[in-house]
Design a protein around this ligand. Structure first.
Ligand code: ASP
Length: 272
């Protein structure tokens, strides 16, 4: 069983972006620890403004930027929900897991915890994100908001995630600015255990796409719980193909891996 890491750049990312992800994996520091091997590429993607995670996260409708991130390894889990003004939410999620008695921290509490852990103030806003908001506000001014805030045209994209297998141990990490457009305080699937992320002794799974629908289906745990009963490819394709909104999965087990999406999705895989 080789050590391996598999990463994605979000449901909706053009497949040609896979070359950025391949470069990230080519240059990544190889570690003998599944958790670090899942977190390290996510940090690189959070720092790349192209991705909707960390720097480059999409703004909420009020212009604020709130980010979600999670990590899972073995039976341990940590996540941050709607955290603000930190550079790498995935590192704060890791600290929730290994340095706090909790599994999830949200809002101001998550941001305050980050400061206590030594993470300095950082503004993840980008020009592209603010332009997108400006355009949306222009459309709302012209046509009004979609009925009942249902946001039927909600778009996912460029969220990032990773799964790793090191010496037979599994870990997963995910980070996102959310799906656009969304209200301040909205929470998607990514920081919810079993929804956007799950890892255990059989493997690791990370989801991307429209978080509300993924969470309603507890998608990552559903896939995880089927591991070993059928081929991984069969399980993942069946689950993803049942979605009518954008949805993608990366998953790894002892002897299989898959990246699959009902839309475009950049990904990269490396064994070592
Ligand atoms: N799943 C993320 C969310 O809904 C978005 C994405 O994967 O692109 O927050």
């Amino acid at each position: 069983m080789e050590n391996a890491v598999l990463i994605h750049g979000g449901a909706g990312t053009p497949s040609h972006m896979s070359s950025i992800l391949e470069d990230i994996l080519k240059n990544i520091k190889l570690e003998n620890n599944a958790l670090n091997m899942a977190i390290n590429p996510v940090i690189s993607m959070e720092d790349n403004p192209f991705f909707n995670a960390g720097t480059g996260s999409v703004p909420r409708m009020d212009g604020s930027i709130q980010m979600d991130a999670a990590v899972m390894s073995g039976k341990e889990f940590g996540s941050v929900i709607c955290i603000e003004n930190v550079k790498n939410p995935v590192l704060v999620a890791r600290d929730v897991m290994i340095r706090s008695p909790h599994i999830m921290l949200s809002g101001d509490g998550a941001t305050e915890f980050a400061r206590e852990m030594g993470y300095e103030y950082y503004n993840p806003e980008t020009e592209a994100g603010m332009e997108r908001l400006k355009k949306f506000r222009g459309e709302v001014a012209k046509n009004g908001l979609p009925d009942k805030f249902k946001f039927l045209e909600k778009k996912s994209g460029d969220t990032v995630g990773a799964v790793a297998r090191i010496d037979g141990n599994f870990a997963a990490a995910v980070s996102t600015g959310g799906s656009f457009p969304m209200l301040r305080g909205r929470v998607g699937d990514s920081p919810i255990i079993g929804a956007g992320i799950y890892a255990g002794e059989k493997g690791a799974v990370v989801a991307t796409g429209i978080g509300e629908e993924i969470a309603r289906n507890i998608l990552s745990y559903r896939i995880y719980s089927e591991i070993g009963k059928e081929r991984l490819e069969t399980i993942v394709k069946r689950e993803v193909d049942s979605f009518t909104v954008s949805c993608g999965i990366i998953a790894i087990t002892g002897d299989e891996y898959i990246s699959y999406s009902n839309t475009t999705m950049a990904y990269a895989y490396r064994e070592f």
